[in-house]
Design a protein around this ligand. Structure first.
Ligand SMILES: *Cc1c(COP(=O)(O)O)cnc(C)c1O
Length: 430
């Protein structure tokens, strides 16, 4: 089936749904297996030499996970995808598949906190330097690229301020330098709100824990390869060069434009062991069937809540990309379906104590560090994710004592508004 001909809503249900001939099962089976019996020794040898596709061991592939990977590749229109145990694992495998010690990656500064830590601490200890630009403009990123740069990176919508960079401009800067553009598209909701491949990205990394799963029931990450990058430009001997682990096999010669995603699996997943469980892949497949329906509802609810909060006397300001005054309004309108997001930030009046009272008085909205859940989530960075930061660092990160990040769930938004109203009163804000 050529999924490219089908609409997103159809692909999210049908891609990867290879009805099992023997049972006619509509559902995709969960294969709780670690290994697979080989038909013969020759067959096993071929699998190990990568000369024939097939299942070896669940660290490398699993039939349930393969169905999920096929669906993700189809949703984005990529040549292949690989599922991992978390979004952080997806980032780690992506960057270690591209760069070695002594080489570097250039990134936009608007980063998820976990990504920032991976860049600043773990990758640095491995000898991979991550150069963080002072702002996300293509020029600032271009200025940091040198002959040892192996990728340019940005989040399609930066956590937590919902900043949307000039994806097209950054893609051009990366390609002019002969390196791939890697995008963390977690906020692009599995491609429904934003598909960075349409704007020149070569590799997409998502935290599937968020909108793809959609119900707060499993951790996961996904890497999707557009198949667009010319790995034979002389800059990537790890991909277009002899692989030591496979008797000198050249992945680019053997797998063509799917060489990167193959490398992520046969080196990254093999050596780092960041595989998902079949059960979690099943939960992702189930979540994907309703992705567009959930996200559309969440974006609409976010707009409604943003409008309510803007009028509220208990609120100092609302930061929502759908409003013209948001600094990323125009880029969001260009790159994101509905020009919107399912996340907004709000600063309450009062101080840190009234904000804590407000959060603790909420009855429906949950106080957690999570986004993309079917439950509405409220996060208070000053008392949680950013508690260790000094006052100066809080200021740089844009975190004020009364700032809240809200990720709308699937409830009727009028019930969420009523919940907020009663919590404002309990916090003494009205
Ligand atoms: C949550 C998140 C991650 C990390 O994903 P995990 O699944 O939690 O490991 C990476 N990037 C962004 C933008 C995220 O929101």
């Amino acid at each position: 089936m050529d999924y490219k001909k089908l609409k997103f809503e159809t692909r999210q249900i049908h891609a990867g749904l290879n009805h099992e001939e023997s049972t006619g099962s509509r559902g995709i089976a969960i294969y709780p297996t670690s290994a697979y019996r080989f038909k013969s020794c020759d067959y096993a040898a071929n699998l190990f030499e990568l000369s024939e596709p097939g299942n070896i061991y669940t660290r490398l592939q699993n039939p349930t996970t393969s169905a999920y990977e096929e669906r993700m590749a189809a949703l984005y229109g990529g040549v292949g995808a690989m599922a991992l145990s978390s979004g952080m694992a997806a980032l780690l495998i992506t960057f270690t598949s591209l760069a070695s010690a002594g080489e570097n990656i250039v990134t936009s500064p608007f980063l998820y906190g976990g990504t920032y830590n991976q860049f600043r601490h773990t990758l640095r200890r491995l000898g991979i330097e991550v150069r963080i630009a002072s702002d996300p403009t293509p020029d600032s990123l271009a200025a940091l690229i040198d002959e040892n740069t192996k990728a340019v990176f940005a989040e399609s919508m930066g956590n937590p301020t919902c900043a949307v960079p000039d994806l097209e401009g950054i893609a051009k800067v990366a390609h002019d330098a002969g390196v791939p553009f890697v995008v963390d598209n977690t906020f692009g909701a599995g491609g429904y709100l934003c598909n960075p491949f349409d704007w020149g990205a070569d590799i997409i990394v998502d935290s599937a824990t968020k909108w793809i799963n959609g119900h707060g029931t499993a951790m996961g990450g996904i890497i999707v390869d557009n198949g667009s990058f010319p790995w034979n430009n002389g800059r990537f001997p790890l991909i277009d060069g002899p692989s030591e682990g496979y008797h000198g096999l050249n992945l680019y010669e053997a797998f063509g434009n799917a060489a990167f995603i193959v490398k992520c699996r046969v080196d990254g997943q093999r050596d780092m062991g960041t595989c998902p469980s079949a059960f979690d892949s099943y939960l992702m497949l189930l979540g994907l069937e309703t992705l567009s329906l959930r996200v559309r509802h969440q974006v609409e609810s976010t707009r409604r809540l943003a409008e309510f909060l803007k009028e509220s006397p208990c609120v100092k300001n609302v930061s929502y990309v759908g409003f013209p005054e948001h600094p990323s309004h125009d880029n969001a309108a260009k790159y994101f379906r509905f020009g919107g997001s399912a996340v907004l930030n709000v600063e309450l009046k009062g101080d840190i104590d009234t904000t804590v009272k407000f959060v603790e008085a909420l009855e429906l909205a949950a106080h957690m560090t999570m986004i993309g859940d079917s439950i509405t989530v409220v996060t208070h960075p000053a008392s949680t994710t950013h508690k260790q930061l000094s006052e100066a660092d809080l200021k740089t990160a844009g975190v004020t004592p009364t700032l809240l990040r809200i990720s709308l769930g699937l409830e009727d938004v009028e019930d969420i508004i009523a919940d907020f109203s009663q919590a404002f009163c309990k916090a003494g804000l009205c």
